[in-house]
Design a protein around this ligand. Structure first.
Ligand SMILES: [Zn+2]
Length: 317
């Protein structure tokens, strides 16, 4: 009787120790896990090949985002739309949105990235290379991979505000000046114009080209103009985390998926490293990307979105 009591007690104590050890271990590998998950997604996306609208890789990417959404998000919303790309041709596109409720409610934070890749390589000189779609490991791939990693994170660590991860289509579809870029984000922003203002996002954060091995994220001009206090928060968290790739200077003015929201007066921030020599070439491949770079952005973003409480901070729900 006594020995069995002691045995039970020791099993109980051992159990408690195991729980403690398990907690400690998972804390210790917390970063490592997400870093691997994100890199795994980037590998998967690149293995699908170019992901320009209508291609096989594009359709498989939609399936992947859908599958991740069904597993981790509270709700998956698909917003299809048609784009007139020439006099005779219309192309079907879709924005996919993985919604997470958050613990406090209020206006959502949109975290967006384009999942399409460029159908041609306008920065190439040789015609043969120019006319082929690009792989877009960094341009299209890195932001999508981080968003998919965020889906894992948010299902395990809900943050106060609702988070809507939006995978935008058609960011990189047309030649410059053709009016056929930012198609998904423009469609999304226009549908907000028809909706009640109370449903508008609290903040839009766009991630694009954040996988560069030599990551340098300068403050983008529209982001500074339209979302100064959000940028301040991001950069102070980056400084606290000792992430040196966030550079406090301003360098580029870029038309990216934040722009349609900026024009509407919604605070919108773009995090991008535009110093990327492989931009819009056939060389934008997995070996030019780094899991450390993507994880550093993920880590700053997760702490930033966790820091925005629902109502009291802004006075606006
Ligand atoms: Zn691009």
């Amino acid at each position: 009787m006594k020995s069995s009591f002691l045995k039970n007690l020791s099993i109980l104590i051992l159990g408690v120790c195991l729980v403690l050890v398990k907690t400690d271990t998972s804390e210790a590998i917390y970063g490592e896990n997400y870093s691997q998950i994100i890199w795994g997604y980037l590998e998967k996306l690149c293995a699908l090949g170019p992901r320009n609208p209508g291609s096989k890789g594009y359709l498989k990417t939609i399936e992947l985002i859908r599958r991740v959404g069904e597993k981790y998000a509270d709700r998956v919303v698909e917003k299809p739309f048609l784009v007139q790309v020439s006099e005779k041709e219309k192309v079907r596109m879709v924005n996919l949105e993985l919604q997470f409720k958050g613990t406090e409610g209020g206006a959502p934070i949109i975290i967006g990235s384009h999942f399409d890749t460029r159908p041609f390589a306008d920065q190439e000189i040789e015609l043969e290379k120019k006319n082929r779609p690009i792989l877009g490991a960094n341009d299209g791939g890195s932001g999508t991979a981080v968003l998919l990693g965020l889906a894992h994170f948010l299902s395990e660590h809900p943050v106060p505000r609702p988070i809507h991860l939006v995978f935008f289509d058609g960011e990189d579809y047309g030649t410059s000046g053709s009016g056929l870029n930012l198609l998904g984000s423009t469609h999304y922003a226009q549908s907000l114009l028809k909706a009640d203002r109370r449903s508008w996002p609290y903040w839009v954060l766009i991630l694009d080209m954040i996988g560069d091995k030599d990551l340098q994220i300068f403050k983008e001009t529209y982001s500074l103009k339209g979302s100064g206090r959000f940028l301040d928060q991001i950069y102070s968290i980056a400084e606290k985390q000792k992430v040196s790739s966030f550079k406090p200077q301003s360098k580029f003015t870029i038309l990216d998926d934040h722009y349609p929201f900026y024009k509407m007066g919604i605070p919108a921030t773009l995090l991008i490293d535009f110093d990327y020599p492989y931009w819009h070439t056939q060389e934008d491949t997995l070996d030019k990307c780094s899991s450390e770079s993507m994880f550093s952005v993920f880590s700053v973003v997760t702490e930033t979105i966790s820091s925005f409480k629902s109502v009291l901070v802004s006075g606006r729900k």
